[in-house]
Structures are given as structure tokens and as C-alpha cells.
Design a protein around this ligand. Structure first.
Ligand SMILES: Nc1ncnc2c1ncn2[C@@H]1O[C@H](COP(=O)(O)OP(=O)(O)OP(=O)(O)O)[C@@H](O)[C@H]1O
Length: 550
């Protein structure tokens, strides 16, 4: 459900609460800074009035005040910006922390596939965009309102006419023009951002597929796609700049127009004998000098739509409900036989598994065969409670999976996926992911069992070699063996292996199969594979059928 701009702003402002005192300081410094800036322009008028014989401030004092105001203006502006950026970066850190905590809850079910890309975009670019909101949006609005109110109070000492003209001028420049231009600019700003994101993804897509592009001579088409994205981005960037230029011109014109109107109306009042000529001129100078804070508002409108869209995506991640909640506070469970009874499951409407029954015995390797897409990996994910069964049940030692503390369940199971993720860290720490406090001896033993001993011995720094330094990186088979080493190191009573040897040559496969067979003597192993050679070590093999229905 989409929320309104006001609601997004209110929710984002809500996050400022712990830093409200710094926000107040930023606003006060900002107001004082603008008053000094206005003073620098208005005080010469008072000095001239004094020379002409009108009694305001003595010209010498006025000049001294100009110097003080000019210096203070710089210091106060610095203070305001420092406070605003302190708030912005503190809040960005806080929001990042909140988003990471939310992602931790959403993983793994809601971090699969496309969702992962979207969430990464929230983390990288959307949170960054909120800086504009916290550092350059909230306090400028408060500063503009307060400074304008003060200036209207000052102008009221010269009569009602300057107050009315200035109030209309401020509203026009600070509210009406930004709203009008903002409405027009919203679409342009949004399409600029979309085109930017699209070009990014086309470039990355083509970089990732560079081997295929070269192999099949797809270069021209790939170049054309990038070129097309570039032209689109240039076009929307041009539109955005044009709009910004137009907005600046309109704002400048409005300020000149109101200065002229002020002069004209005050002059008419002077002619009627209500205001003096000095008051006419000084009111006009004050109004012209005091457009700064409202002009700052008119520059916000182009960015605001994008910032609010980013804010909405961040808030949505923070509020997103996880697919599966972690189980805590349950009694310690004992590991034992794992049974799957009448299990049915579908990711969306479409059923992937229907009334599945399995029994995984302790000390046995159970093989699962089945065509691609029939739901073998899905079954493993359900066994790990990455997703929850729709109907039917999975039990470990007759305890339903939903009644076992998630931490304990993770300790009970090791998982080797089809794609092993390798961190840019040492080989040693990459294996130790499965048991962070493992000794080097334990790590070496696990690596040996996974057939990595010879490979690591030949690396320049052995176990301390950083994977990112390995030129071309690791081969598919080496990655897979690291995944298997992790599973051996984790040393849990249940091993879930999803095509664990798909990237290995026959030699490494048979070595690992031997390791698995001897490890399986006291473990429950579920082995998913297409390969008959892999299935050779299984005590029992089940075939899963594709029984999908909507
Ligand atoms: N997160 C998901 N959301 C929606 N559909 C999904 C998701 N993950 C998998 N699927 C779909 O569920 C079906 C079963 O997928 P699964 O990965 O379990 O098959 P598999 O038998 O392990 O296939 P393979 O042998 O090719 O690995 C596939 O059609 C797949 O597209």
C-alpha cells in the first residue's frame, strides 16, 4: 500500500526524536545566520539613512555591525550545517542498522532472487538519498518559517502594507512556486532516477555476461543496448536541468516583481502621507534581502519526490513481515529420526510439493533423485525451516520443526548449496564460517576431508591466502569443496547436500564420497543429486515426481 508524502515525512521525522535537541540547535543557528545575512544587506540602508539625517542607527555603529554580522553569518552557517550533517549521518547509521536488523529477520526466504537485488538497492542508494532529507530539508523548512515570521514582525513596525506584500511574496516564492514546479518536476526527477538505475543494470548485466558476448559475437547488440540507455539518461538529465533553470528564473523573476510591488505600494502609502520615504526604502530593502530562506525551499522541490520515494522504500523494508519467524525459548530438543508427513508447499499459489512423505534415518544416507524443478531444493529449505510448510509436518525426534529453537536447528544441520558463496577473506576464515571459533587443526581436518589439502598447500600463503588475491579466483569445484569443508567443520548430526559434487571431477568426487560415507556412520545425510555416481553411496534412494498444480 502506498503512503502519502505527508505520512512518509512524518515517519522519517519521527526517527529524529533522539536527536531533537541538535535539530533545534540547527534551526536556531540557521535563523540567526539568515538574520545576520539580511543584516549585512539592510544595515547599509540604515547607515545611508543616518547620513541623510534620519534617526535610525549611527552610521559608524551600522558599519561595525555589518562587519560583525558578516563574520557571524559565516560561523552560524557553519554551525547550522555541522548540526544538520551530524544529525543526517547519525540517522543514516541508525537507519542502516535498523535495515540490517530487518534483513536479518527477512532472510533467507525474502532475500531470494529478485528481492535480493531490490533490498541491496535500498541499502546502497536509498538510505544515502535520505541524507538530503535530514540535512537539507527538515531544518530549511523550519528556518524559512521562523525567519520569515521574524522579518514580518520587523516590517510591521513600518506599517501594514509592507507586511502584507512581504507575506504574499514569501508564500509565493517559498510555497507556490516550489509546489507548482515540484509537481511538474516530480515525473522528470523520477524518470531520471529510473533511467539512471536502468543504465547501471544494463552495464552490469553486460559486464557479467562479457564471456558470452565475446564468444557469440553479441558485441554490437550489447553496445547498442548501452547506447540506448545512455541516450535516454542524457535526455532526462537535460529535461531535469532545463526544469531547474526554469525554476531559478521564475524564482528570480518573482523576487524582482515583489520588490517592485513593495516599492510601488509603499510609495503610494508615502504619497498618502502614511509612511515616510525612508520607511518606504528601508522596507523594500528588508524584503528584498530576506528572500534567502524561502529561496532555499524552492530548491528542495526537485529532490523531494525522489527523496520521499527512497524514504518509502526504506520504511517498507523496516515494516516488512518475515516469511518465517525465528523460534526461541523452547526446550532443548534431542536430535533423532527426521520425518516428513503429508507435506505440501508452494511459494505462491502454485503448489510445488504435494503430500510428500519421507523418513530420514540416523546413520543412513538418503538419496533424492528427481527432474530439474521438481522441488528437491525446496524440500531441503523446508527441512531447514527457511520456509514453513503449508500443511503436513516435519519432525525431528518427534518434535515439530516449529517447536525447535532456530539456533538449535541451525546447529543440528549443515547445508551444502549448489552455489557456495566465497567471502573476500582468507581460505581459513572462509572455512571457519561454519564454526568461527574452530582451531586451525579442526579447519585443516575439514579441508582434508573435502579434498582441499593439496590445493591449499600449493597456495602462496596456504590457509592465510585471501581469496580475492587469487587472480582469477576459485574454480567452481574449489568453491564447492570449500562448501563441503564448511559442512564437515560444522560437524552437525544432519547433513543436507544439494548437488554437492556437480562441479567436481571424478577423482575429487570419489574422494569426497568416501569422506561422506565415513562421516555418515553417525549422521543423517540427505543427498540431492542427478548423478548416479553420487547416488552410489546412498543407502536408500527416493525419486521425487513433479506434481505441480495451481
Ligand atoms: N523463492 C522462490 N519463489 C518462487 N518460486 C521458486 C522459488 N524458489 C524456487 N522456485 C520454483 O520452485 C520450483 C522448484 O524449485 P527447486 O529449486 O526446489 O527445484 P529442484 O528440484 O531443486 O531443481 P534443480 O534440480 O534444477 O535444482 C521451480 O519451478 C522454481 O522456479
Amino acid at each position: 500500500m502506498r503512503r502519502s508524502s505527508i505520512k512518509i515525512m512524518a515517519q522519517l521525522i519521527g526517527l529524529v526524536k533522539p536527536l531533537i535537541h541538535i535539530m533545534i540547535a540547527a534551526v536556531l543557528l540557521g535563523v540567526a545566520g539568515f538574520i545576520c545575512a539580511i543584516g549585512v544587506t539592510v544595515l547599509p540602508a540604515f547607515a545611508i539613512a543616518d547620513v541623510l539625517g534620519y534617526e535610525y542607527i549611527e552610521w559608524k555603529i551600522a558599519i561595525a555591525l555589518i562587519i560583525v554580522a558578516a563574520v557571524l553569518r559565516g560561523l552560524l552557517h557553519y554551525g547550522e550545517q555541522a548540526c544538520n550533517h551530524y544529525i543526517a549521518f547519525k540517522l543514516l547509521a541508525l537507519i542502516r542498522h535498523k535495515v540490517f536488523t530487518a534483513l536479518r529477520k527477512l532472510a533467507p526466504a525474502k532475500m531470494e532472487g529478485k528481492k535480493k537485488g531490490e533490498l541491496i538497492a535500498v541499502l546502497t542508494s536509498d538510505i544515502e538519498l535520505l541524507e538530503v532529507f535530514y540535512a537539507h530539508t527538515i531544518s530549511p523548512i523550519a528556518i524559512a518559517i521562523l525567519t520569515s515570521a521574524i522579518m514580518l514582525a520587523v516590517l510591521s513596525t513600518f506599517g501594514a502594507v509592507p507586511v502584507v506584500v512581504a507575506a504574499i511574496g514569501y508564500i509565493c516564492v517559498g510555497v507556490i512556486i516550489p509546489l507548482m514546479v515540484g509537481k511538474k518536476g516530480a515525473g522528470t526527477g523520477m524518470s531520471y532516477r529510473n533511467d539512471f538505475a536502468e543504465l547501471n543494470s544494463v552495464v552490469f548485466d553486460n559486464l557479467r555476461g562479457i564471456d558470452e558476448i565475446l564468444q557469440y559475437g553479441y558485441g554490437k547488440e550489447s553496445y547498442d543496448r548501452i547506447k540506448e540507455g545512455e541516450v535516454k539518461l542524457n535526455c532526462s538529465s537535460k529535461k531535469l536541468k532545463l526544469l531547474e533553470g526554469r525554476q531559478k528564473a521564475i524564482t528570480g523573476f518573482a523576487i524582482m516583481l515583489f520588490t517592485f510591488i513593495m516599492l510601488l505600494t509603499c510609495f503610494a502609502t508615502y504619497k498618502n502621507g502614511i509612511m515616510g520615504i525612508d520607511e518606504t526604502l528601508i522596507s523594500t530593502v528588508i524584503m528584498t534581502a530576506s528572500f534567502g530562506p524561502v529561496t532555499a525551499l524552492s530548491n528542495l522541490s526537485n529532490n523531494l519526490t525522489q527523496t520521499l520515494a527512497a524514504g518509502e522504500r526504506v520504511l517498507s523494508v523496516l515494516e516488512e513481515e518475515p516469511q518465517v519467524y525465528d523460534v526461541t525459548d523452547k526446550e532443548i530438543a534431542e536430535f533423532g529420526e527426521v520425518t516428513v508427513d503429508n507435506l505440501s508447499f508452494g511459494y505462491d499459489e502454485e503448489k510445488i510439493l504435494q503430500d510428500i512423505n519421507f523418513r530420514f534415518e540416523k546413520g543412513k544416507i538418503t538419496g533424492i533423485l528427481g527432474k530439474s524443478g521438481c522441488g528437491k531444493s525446496t524440500l531441503l529449505k523446508l527441512l531447514m525451516r527457511f520456509w514453513e510448510a503449508e500443511s503436513g509436518s516435519i519432525t525431528i525426534n518427534e518434535r515439530n520443526l516449529n517447536d525447535i529453537n532456530t539456533n538449535q536447528l541451525r546447529d543440528m544441520q549443515s547445508y551444502v548449496t549448489q552455489e557456495t558463496w566465497i567471502f573476500n577473506d582468507t581460505i581459513k576464515d572462509n572455512i571457519a564460517v561454519a564454526k568461527p571459533k574452530a582451531s586451525l587443526e579442526e579447519i585443516k581436518k575439514a579441508a582434508e576431508k573435502a579434498g582441499l589439502g593439496g590445493f591449499i598447500a600449493n597456495l602462496p600463503k596456504g590457509y592465510d591466502t585471501v581469496t580475492g588475491e587469487l587472480g582469477e579466483g576459485l574454480s567452481g569445484g574449489e568453491r564447492q569443496r570449500i562448501g563441503i569443508a564448511r559442512a564437515f567443520l560444522h560437524n552437525s548430526p544432519m547433513m543436507l547436500l544439494d548437488e554437492p559434487t556437480s562441479n567436481l571431477d571424478a577423482l575429487h568426487e570419489s574422494y569426497i564420497m568416501d569422506s561422506l560415507a565415513s562421516a555418515a556412520e553417525e549422521k543423517t545425510v540427505v543427498l540431492v543429486s542427478h548423478r548416479e555416481s553420487t547416488m552410489g553411496i546412498a543407502d536408500k534412494v527416493f525419486e521425487m515426481k513433479r506434481e505441480r498444480s495451481s
